[in-house]
Ligand binder design. Structure first.
Ligand SMILES: NC(=O)c1ccc[n+]([C@@H]2O[C@H](COP(=O)([O-])OP(=O)(O)OC[C@H]3O[C@@H](n4cnc5c(N)ncnc54)[C@H](OP(=O)(O)O)[C@@H]3O)[C@@H](O)[C@H]2O)c1
Length: 247
């Protein structure tokens, strides 16, 4: 992946940070997006020390909810680096509640970040990838979009929506040599899952045949494969990475 230009959203921590580092360690240029400047700056500093002389690490402070901001970021990258090889739509939030208690704001916020944010980023890069006649788009969905979960109608709907978006976009862009796939992580140890209570954790663990929670490295390895030439004939797919939880 040397000299490839990779955009990663939600890159300030967790799965997005590790995906960014995976590409960085393989000599790609990485362009990080999140809303938290301090965290992005820290990652940039940490990785800059290990940088290959030709490599770039840039970050952009923005919300994926805002199409204009995302579109301007993409234009900025294109004006300097000429092409975008990979987009990884990883930014995502949860805001759980049972439906009777769920506020409209909780529904809107989760849909706008997870689903509309993915749409915004896909839209912003698509025209350039179409011109290049190449590109890989990887959308981070969730097994919850497939199996549902109590208290997560907003999250599950947003993640199921990402799968539909992925399938449709793979059909739109396939003839231009652009692959669009989704990843469904199961239970991965990050800040997003650290606040679940012990009983719920045990409940999840009992349902995982491989008998362990996933790591951010498990997910970054799959994202890397889907971005590489090794997966050139895979498109429109949603791949579960969940230790066998959903079989
Ligand atoms: N952990 C799991 O078990 C699991 C399972 C299935 C799916 N996933 C999915 O994997 C992805 C990453 O999850 P994670 O566990 O790494 O979560 P995390 O640690 O909470 O990280 C979420 C990332 O998304 C960013 N983000 C949130 N809202 C954003 C916005 N509006 N614009 C730009 N960036 C935004 C956050 O950055 P800022 O706060 O700096 O903006 C942060 O970098 C999510 O899409 C999640 O749904 C996770």
């Amino acid at each position: 992946m040397k000299n490839k230009n990779i955009i990663i959203t939600g890159a300030s921590q967790g799965i997005g940070e590790t995906i960014s580092e995976k590409f960085f360690n393989n000599y790609s240029n990485i362009f990080l997006i999140s809303r938290n400047k301090d965290k992005l700056e820290k990652i940039k500093k940490r990785l800059s020390d290990k940088k290959d002389s030709t490599q770039t690490i840039s970050y952009f402070v923005a919300s994926v909810e805002n199409y204009n901001d995302i579109s301007n970021i993409v234009k900025t990258i294109i004006s300097k680096f000429k092409h975008i090889d990979v987009l990884i739509n990883n930014a995502g939030i949860t805001d759980d509640n049972l439906i009777v208690k769920m506020k409209e704001k909780q529904w809107d916020q989760v849909i706008n970040t997870n689903l509309k944010g993915t749409y915004n980023c896909c839209k912003a890069v698509s025209k350039y990838m179409i011109k290049q006649k190449s590109g890989k788009i990887i959308n981070i969905s969730s097994i919850i979009g497939e199996i549902g979960n109590k208290g997560q109608v907003n999250y599950a709907a947003s993640k199921a929506g990402i799968v539909g978006l992925t399938k449709s976009l793979s059909k739109e862009l396939g003839s231009r040599n652009i692959n669009v796939n989704a990843i469904n992580p199961g239970f991965i140890k990050t800040k997003m899952t650290e606040n679940l209570d012990k009983d719920k954790n045990l409940d999840f663990l009992n349902k995982i045949p491989l008998n362990r929670f996933g790591t951010v490295e498990d997910v970054s390895n799959l994202a890397y494969f889907l971005a590489s030439k090794d997966s050139d004939y895979i498109t429109g797919q949603t791949i579960n990475i969940d230790g066998g939880m959903v079989v």
